[in-house]
Every structure is written in C-alpha cells, then in structure tokens.
Design a protein around this ligand. Structure first.
Ligand SMILES: [Zn+2]
Length: 288
C-alpha cells in the first residue's frame, strides 16, 4: 500500500530500527525491490535520484512506483533523493512524492539554509516532508585528503542550528560513508563515525538518514542504528544484483533476443540483493 512517509514514523523507531530506502530507476528494479519487501513483510521507502529521473522521466518513474506501491502488500513511501533542481523538487511534491530531499550541501551554509527553508515552507503547505543535508557526503569518485574528509563531516551543533532554521523533517548527515561502489580498502575506506551520529541524535530529534552505506558491515550498521540512524539508503547493492544476473543470462544465452528472458533473472537479482539487506536489518531489529 502506498503510504505517506510520516506514517512510517508515527511511532519512534530511533535506536531500534532503520527503514531501508531503496533507489530505483525503472520497472524491473522497482519490481525486484517490492518482491523482496513483500516476501519479508517489511515496510520500505522507494526513492529516485535526479539521475534516475533524467533516465526514466519524472512522471513515468513516479507512476511506475506509485502504481506498484498501491498494489503492494506492505507499506511503501515514495521519496525523491538528492534533488538540486528546486523546480523539479516542487514538481515532485505536486506529483505526490510524500518526501523529497533538497541537497544544497555543496552551497555555502547560509545558502543551503535559505534554499532548504524555502522548499520546506512550500512542501509543508502541500503536506510533504523534506530531507535536508548538512555536511557533504562525498562520492567514491571525489578524491579528498584525510583532513578535507574530516571537514566534510557534519558538525553536531551545526546540524542542530540547520534543523532549527530550516524545519526539515529528516536530516542526512555526513558521518564518514561514501556514495557509490564500495571501495572498502585503502584511502577511500568508509569509516563510520558512530560517536558523531550519537552526538547529532542528541541535538536533532528528527529521523537521521545514512547515505552511502553500501559495503558497510552489518555490525557497523547495527551500531549506527543504535546511535540514532532511522533511514538507510541502498542503491549500489541493487545495481550489482541486477547487473550480475543480467550479465550471466546474456553470457549463457548469447543468441537470446527476448528482453523478458534475460530481464527476469535480473529482477530476481535485485530481489535477492534487497532481501539480503532487509534480513540484515531484521536481525539488527531483533538484536535491539
Ligand atoms: Zn545519498
């Protein structure tokens, strides 16, 4: 069933549980994700990035997600991830996303606050939630030195004043994780600053969001949830699951020209990857 994101947070989950927010970009990945959520009977957030919207078209991908969410056996909330284009964010809200993320964390702080606050005012009139970002969560392609890396992390006091000034409903913080394909070794190794999450959670009462958690070990995810993370974005693992099975199917049947024949295993690959994440989250939930 399609739900507003606020319904997922009617009871506080902080310290106990985090909702997975799965990124999708097409019909196949959406189907794969929902199959996993239904099999494990878990509410989820489905989200699209600006890249996904550019690829699939805003209305098209929204309708794909909404249509499938309405029919799903579990609660599903729709979220627009990492929006830089304010017009598109407003369009998304009008279309029916119950949550959008404005990512102006690359701007200076005053501008980030101003732009985020303006969108929050618009969104709240329309009944939607806004996620803001304070500190900058870098991509695996961004090379930064260790000292620069530190400077991109969210300062707890700054997070508090950002939340107070903007009125965001959820907050993405930079706590050491990296977007994109996991480079868990060497220079780019993601070090999750659990203590920082805890300090932010003490000052900011709204749900905190962990981005770039691909490849972060389950025990670290567990600590992050206990410290106060309530939403965890998942993208890379799904892409790997999809592509791995698609590649295998094409190699096994090089003459196959019916896309349904090789996309079906790709969908199953997404389901498998999403289930692995959901099971890890469930275990974490039981441990708590
Ligand atoms: Zn992100």
């Amino acid at each position: 069933m399609l739900v507003h994101i606020k319904e997922l947070f009617e009871q506080s989950v902080r310290g106990k549980f985090a909702y997975p927010a799965f990124n999708t970009m097409n019909l196949e990945i959406t189907r794969g994700i929902i199959a996993a959520a239904e099999e494990l009977n878990t509410p989820i957030i489905l989200e699209t990035s600006e890249g996904a919207i550019k690829y699939a078209g805003l209305e098209t991908i929204f309708e794909v997600m909404a249509t499938m969410a309405i029919k799903a056996k579990v609660p599903i909330a729709l979220h627009m991830d990492h929006g830089k284009d304010v017009d598109q964010l407003r369009q998304g809200i009008e279309l029916g996303y119950s949550s959008v993320m404005i990512d102006h964390s690359g701007e200076d702080l005053d501008k980030n606050i101003k732009n985020t606050k303006e969108l929050v005012q618009f969104a709240h009139k329309e009944g939607a939630w806004v996620q803001g970002e304070i500190g900058r969560i870098r991509g695996s392609e961004d090379w930064v030195s260790v000292s620069d890396r530190e400077s991109l992390l969210t300062e707890p006091e700054e997070a508090k004043s950002f939340w107070e000034a903007t009125g965001v409903d959820t907050l993405a913080c930079s706590v050491g994780t990296i977007h994109g394909i996991i480079k868990m070794t060497g220079e780019a190794e993601a070090k999750v600053d659990i203590d920082r999450i805890q300090r932010i959670a003490e000052l900011v009462p709204v749900p905190l969001v962990l981005h770039g958690a691909s490849g972060v070990p389950d025990d670290v995810i567990h600590q992050a949830i206990k410290a106060g993370i309530s939403i965890i974005n998942i993208d890379t693992e799904l892409r790997i699951g999809f592509t791995k099975n698609l590649r295998a199917a094409l190699l096994e049947h090089p003459d196959e020209v019916d896309p349904r024949k090789y996309l079906s295993p790709a969908i199953a690959g997404v389901t498998e990857a999403a289930k692995a994440k959901l099971m890890a989250f469930k275990t974490i939930n039981q441990v708590n």
